[in-house]
Structures are given as structure tokens and as C-alpha cells.
Design a protein around this ligand. Structure first.
Ligand code: AMP
Ligand code: MG
Length: 328
């Protein structure tokens, strides 16, 4: 990581962009500058409760195209649109009884719903990659909420990393991955949940699918709207569903009880390592530290990575999902 990035003088708002990203504390002035950049169609990396997002106004084709370019993301991969509340969300998608129930239970929070897109939705078509559906989330983070409210804009915001890489849970991770591809990085400290939102597709006329496991557990959702049906019939595969994603750039061996001589060990519970996801075996802590540990492993001298076994219960399902894709 380039430590000098942190000391760069801030780009003046309105100054012709020199393309150099810079990190700013997410205080009132930082948020005001971010709103200006966003309104002008630029990109800002912002903290959310899950991971750092690369935000742009979702109602502009050009702004949304900027996200795909900066991430190197394939354009068939749709983005999540962030809104301040349920009323904001209903401007873009049709909510049935089940979707409203889920919103009432889990918003603001780390749940994304894929819903039928309204024909009159004022959103760039690229944001949902031309699909008749749109993914919506109402985030529970004061900085992201402040941006949504102050800008009055829907914000598309995938994770703020190059496509396929390890997701960022700190401003430094963002700067290391995107560098000058992002104009401004708002630093709100480490993200609290550490793992991307749970994504569910609510099908018109009944049924639902889990597109990506995450901090909201499947059982909590089925407790409210009933069991999901088996297979998803969605045209698009979420990148979170691609076999290889979250890749640290070296081989990863899972369920290891001890490291080989050339392996950087990521421990959990009683299994010690060069770093530990959670020495006490706490799964929420492990989720929050997951990507930071993968970043450390990627930056280490060791050519390989070994990961201790992690229980599959609760948010362990989402952790194991991400680890499996990091290893693929
Ligand atoms: P990211 O923004 O990188 O966390 O990823 C957003 C996820 O939402 C991706 O896995 C997308 O494929 C998925 N997604 C967004 N919109 C849709 C949609 N309309 N249908 C299915 N999946 C979607
Ligand atoms: Mg991502």
C-alpha cells in the first residue's frame, strides 16, 4: 500500500480533477465536498456498515459508467442502488407485501432486495444492466445516510475495489486498490459488519431466492416471508455468485488446522495464525475482520494462504461463502 497517499493535500472542490484520489475524514466538510463531487457525476468512496462503496449518482448514465470503468467491472453485472428510506425505494421498484415486511424489519441495514423495476424509475439503465429488476438497499451508516439525504440522489455503490479483488473495509484498502481511479475517499474508520449485504430476489407472484448470503441470515428472512424456493431463475449471476471473487492473488487453502512452511495462516478461535479472525471464536468479529485479514495475507511475504476452519452457523455461512470464492 502506498502510505504517501494519506498525506496528499486535498483536491480543492472545483479544481480541475487531476485524477488523483485523496482521503478525507468523513466530517461535515468532507461530506459537503463529497456531495459536490457526486452531484457533478463524479465518484466518491464511502463507508457503509458492510464494506466501503464506490458511489456515483444512479440517475446518470455517465456517472454509472464511471463506476464500471474504475472497477474494471463487466457491464453485465448490475449495481445496487442505495436510498435513504422505503419511500425513496418505492420510487424505483414495485414493493409487494413481503418486500415491505422485509424493509420494515431490516432497513436501514445490510439487506438488498432485487425487485421489479418501475417503468418510470428515474435511474440509468446501466445500473440494472438492462434487466427488468433493480437491486435496492437502505444502508445503516451515518455517512452514507448523510450523503443520500444531502444530495437527494439515489446512489449506486458496489464495493470500492477493482473487480474480482478483496473488498475494502478501510479507507486505506480503497486507496490501495483504486488509487487515482477515485476522486475522493471519505474515511469513516473500519466498517462495522465487514461483509457485503445479503441479497434476496423477491419474485413477482410469489417465491424468493437468496442471491448472496450476508449479515442478515437466511433464517431471519424465512421467519418473516416463509422458506425460499430452490433455484434462482434470474438471468444474471451476481458477481458474488461467480466461483472466483474476493481473490487475494495467491492460492488459498481452507479448513487448515496448521500452516505449511510457506503459508500465511489466518486463524480462528483455538487455531492460531499470523493473524486471527477472532481469537475468542466470535463470528461477528470474524466477519468484520475477514477482508482486513485477507488484505494482510495478500501483502505478506508468504506465497500461500491457509485459513482455519470456520463454523457455518449464523453469519459463518456468509464468511465461508466468501472464503470459498477467495480460494477458487
Ligand atoms: P456489489 O455491488 O458488488 O456488492 O454487487 C451487487 C450485487 O447485486 C451483484 O452481485 C449483482 O449481480 C447483484 N444485483 C444487482 N442488481 C441485480 C438484479 N437486478 N438482478 C440480480 N442481481 C442483481
Ligand atoms: Mg464487490
Amino acid at each position: 500500500m502506498d502510505a504517501t497517499k494519506h498525506n496528499e493535500p486535498p483536491l480543492q472542490a472545483g479544481q480541475p480533477g487531476n485524477g488523483t484520489g485523496h482521503i478525507r475524514v468523513a466530517d461535515g466538510a468532507g461530506i459537503a465536498e463529497a456531495v459536490e463531487v457526486l452531484c457533478g457525476g463524479g465518484l466518491v468512496a464511502v463507508p457503509t456498515e458492510t464494506v466501503y462503496g464506490l458511489a456515483a449518482r444512479a440517475d446518470s448514465d455517465d456517472a454509472v459508467a464511471g463506476i464500471y470503468r474504475a472497477k474494471g467491472r463487466p457491464d453485465f453485472n448490475p449495481l445496487i442502488v442505495h436510498v435513504p428510506d422505503l419511500a425513496g425505494a418505492e420510487r424505483y421498484a414495485h414493493f409487494d407485501e413481503r418486500a415491505r415486511l422485509l424493509a420494515a424489519h431490516f432497513w436501514p441495514g445490510p439487506l438488498t432486495m432485487v425487485l421489479p423495476r418501475r417503468v418510470d424509475a428515474e435511474l440509468a439503465s446501466a445500473v440494472s444492466a438492462g434487466l427488468p429488476t433493480v437491486a435496492l438497499r437502505c444502508p445503516d451508516h451515518p455517512v452514507m445516510q448523510a450523503l443520500l439525504v444531502a444530495s437527494g440522489l439515489p446512489l449506486a455503490a458496489p464495493s470500492a475495489n477493482r473487480s474480482g479483488g478483496v473488498s475494502p473495509t478501510s479507507a486505506a484498502h480503497v486507496a490501495a486498490s483504486l488509487g487515482d481511479r477515485v476522486r475522493l475517499v471519505l474515511d469513516g474508520g473500519k466498517t462495522h459488519r465487514g461483509i457485503e449485504s445479503t441479497i434476496v430476489a423477491i419474485r413477482e407472484g410469489g417465491g424468493w431466492a437468496l442471491l448472496r448470503p450476508g449479515p442478515i441470515e437466511e433464517a431471519s428472512i424465512s421467519g418473516i416471508i416463509g422458506l425460499r424456493d430452490g433455484v434462482t431463475t434470474l438471468v444474471i449471476e451476481a458477481p458474488g455468485q461467480l466461483a472466483s471473487h474476493y481473490a487475494p492473488g495467491k492460492p488459498v487453502r481452507l479448513d487448515a488446522s496448521e500452516p505449511g512452511h510457506d503459508e500465511f495462516m489466518i486463524g480462528f478461535g483455538k487455531v492460531e495464525g499470523n493473524v486471527s479472525l477472532s481469537e475468542t471464536g466470535d463470528l461477528a468479529e470474524a466477519a468484520a475482520r475477514l477482508y482486513a485479514c485477507l488484505h494482510l495475507a495478500a501483502a505478506s511475504q508468504h506465497p500461500r494462504i491457509a485459513v482455519a476452519p470456520i463454523p457455518h452457523s449464523g453469519i459463518g455461512a456468509a464468511i465461508n461463502d466468501r472464503m470459498a470464492r477467495a480460494a477458487a
